[in-house]
Write a protein of this length. Structure first.
Length: 380
């Protein structure tokens, strides 16, 4: 965060997606207005309001005598407002000491939910945010409260909202997650009702079993086949799907991080493959995962996207210890935690294996399963 503030100050000005405030807003409506303007900016990245730095870029710090907000305060205020389709801007507030001064950085995360606007007006003292009005920024200036965003920006916001600014491969990720608008023929094809040029074709069986423990040592070996994602009948992407038929459990083949393995020469001296399996939000694989889980049942529940991953249709026997993560930072953090926990597992390995396999009859896949399930319990 300190590096970010450095970079913003080095720009020597305020800009389209960053702003400086000497102190927090006295009027909550003024803060909401700033958040709305930032959330609706046409910019492929997050937006920032830095408190404790003046318009002239002087680092003054925040005074304890002035109005202050916590992250919870801001989130609670936003949730009380009538946002269109209940799409509330996603924010995070970080406090830090910068050059000896206490400052705060409000991050407004970039999400493809623009335009953000209220369906009921919000007034606080002399500030009025009008219903149905979209506020944004031009260069370093907010849309005034008595005005609205310009038509070209509004067009760009709606284009982004519906994925019209994206290429066909990138649009597929958004379209897959709109699971309720997909029509399946009950055999091996589906089309997107909003735009039938987008289709799915389910391929024939590729193989059973595989190279990983979860393909070999559970109550059944999954079948694997391809989902062909097509646009105007051209194959845009080909994704492998894993299907436990008896368990009624179907998911895309997960992404894999290889932590260590035999002959890795990394100091761990492993005699088994130490991997973690995951679905990362914002990827096409995750979008297909979400799609498959949501079309399985008439009512979507929290269990659909929860981990460990198990059948939603029957009492589960198989529970896959796969992680669901939000971004690259979480993935790198998990990678580091796996390495930290590896030695702890090795200290307890014999005891864990003896409790599961008292006859000593186990192989490398069994060890990898025990490791995966043990570390999942440790980290989730």
């Amino acid at each position: 965060m300190e590096h970010l503030v450095n970079q913003l100050l080095l720009s020597g000005r305020e800009g389209l997606w960053w702003d400086f405030k000497q102190k927090f807003h006295e009027n909550i409506a003024a803060l909401v207005h700033d958040i709305l303007c930032m959330a609706n900016v046409i910019h492929d990245g997050n937006r920032y309001i830095v408190f404790g730095i003046s318009d002239s870029l002087e680092v003054l710090g925040l005074s304890q005598e002035d109005k202050s907000y916590s992250q919870a305060d801001i989130i609670n205020h936003l949730r009380k407002l009538a946002f269109s389709e209940h799409n509330v801007p996603n924010i995070q507030l970080n406090a830090l000491v910068y050059k000896g001064a206490e400052i705060a950085v409000l991050t407004i995360f970039n999400e493809r939910l623009k335009p953000y606007y209220l369906t009921q007006e919000f007034r606080c003292k002399n500030k009025l945010i009008r219903a149905g009005v979209v506020y944004s920024r031009v260069e370093d200036t907010n849309t005034p409260l008595d005005s609205c965003a310009n038509p070209s920006d509004l067009k760009a916001m709606w284009s982004e909202r519906f994925g019209l600014d994206l290429s066909a491969p990138k649009r597929f990720s958004i379209i897959l997650e709109d699971s309720e608008n997909w029509i399946y023929d009950g055999v091996d094809k589906a089309y997107y009702a909003v735009d039938p040029d987008f289709t799915i074709e389910i391929g024939e069986l590729e193989y059973e079993g595989g190279n990983y423990w979860w393909q070999n040592v559970l109550v059944e070996q999954p079948k694997q086949y391809n989902y062909y994602l097509k646009y105007k009948n051209a194959v845009i992407e080909e994704l492998l799907v894993v299907h436990y038929y008896k368990e009624n459990l179907k998911i895309p083949f997960p992404d894999i991080e290889f932590i260590t393995y035999p002959e890795a020469n990394d100091g761990f001296e492993a005699d088994f493959y130490c991997d973690f399996y995951y679905f990362q939000k914002g990827t096409l694989v995750y979008s297909l995962f979400k799609h498959l889980r949501e079309i399985e049942t008439a009512t979507i529940t929290s269990r659909a996207l929860a981990s460990p991953i198990s059948s939603q249709i029957k009492p589960p026997i198989i529970r896959l210890p796969f992680f669901i993560i939000g971004n690259d930072s979480e993935r790198l953090q998990l990678q580091a935690e796996f390495k930290e926990k590896y030695n702890a597992f090795m200290l307890n390995r014999n005891k864990l294996l003896e409790s599961r396999f008292p006859d000593g009859n186990y192989n490398r896949w069994h060890i990898e399963r025990v490791f995966s399930e043990w570390i999942f319990e440790q980290l989730v």
